[in-house]
Design a protein around this ligand. Structure first.
Ligand code: SF4
Length: 219
């Protein structure tokens, strides 16, 4: 997709858009940090077709919910860069937990825990165990009265280490600190973290924090 944009840019690398190279401007367009006419060269009549081509690419960008549609958390009105959805029919994106207690646990066990920084008790199914870390899919609290959740093991407070899911929204980069909204989050609260891996539309985010280090904004 970025190649289609670069193909239609003037290629002058003149810096008038605030980027030193047209390639960087293409990236900024995909991230919605620049508008097409920030490149003043594209406003010339001879670049009309190029402009239309770029508009078309941006309209069809599958990674973008819609360039001007904003993802806003309900609790504190922060704007997120992406939403995070389950991969392949799971109940939720994957959360990786570090429990603060010591229990003998197995894959498929249902655990009850409170993520540190979140007031809500979660219920989740363990899908992977890696040393002390548990990868889980959230199944409640909506389902807390079902049999499976009644048999849950209370593991108390847990540190949330990572999220893994399918993302929609801005074009993000490995190494970038982003704000994201897990679609299953019962508080619809924006989280922050660092992107450590992207493959197709799947992303791994680590260094999770419920603080996003900014002033709440009204959009
Ligand atoms: S103003 Fe246009 S031509 Fe100049 S560097 Fe930016 S994108 Fe390239």
């Amino acid at each position: 997709m970025i190649k289609d944009i670069i193909k239609s840019l003037p290629g002058y690398n003149c810096g008038k858009c605030g980027c030193s190279r047209c390639d960087d401007f293409a990236e900024e367009l995909l991230r919605n940090n620049k508008k097409i006419l920030d490149c003043s060269v594209l406003s010339f009549e001879e670049f009309k077709d190029n402009r239309l081509n770029i508009e078309k690419v941006l309209e069809n960008n599958p990674n973008t919910i819609a360039y001007n549609e904003k993802i806003i958390g309900l609790i504190d009105s922060y704007q997120a860069d992406i939403t995070l959805d389950p991969i392949d029919g799971s109940n939720s994106c994957t959360e990786v937990l570090l429990p603060t207690s010591n229990h003998k646990l197995r894959i498929n066990d249902i655990v009850k825990y409170r993520p540190l920084g979140c007031p809500i008790i979660h219920f989740a199914r363990i899908v992977e165990i890696n040393g002390l870390l548990l990868s889980v899919h959230i199944i409640g609290p909506e389902n807390r009265i079902t049999n499976s959740v009644d048999k849950s093991i209370d593991i108390g407070p847990c540190i949330i280490i990572a999220f893994h899911g399918k993302y929609k929204g801005k074009n993000i980069k490995v190494g970038e600190t982003i704000r994201f909204l897990p679609s299953h989050c019962m508080m619809q609260k924006v989280h922050s973290g660092v992107v450590v891996n992207i493959e197709n539309n799947n992303v791994i985010i680590e260094g999770i924090d419920l603080k996003v280090w900014d002033t709440p904004k009204t959009y």
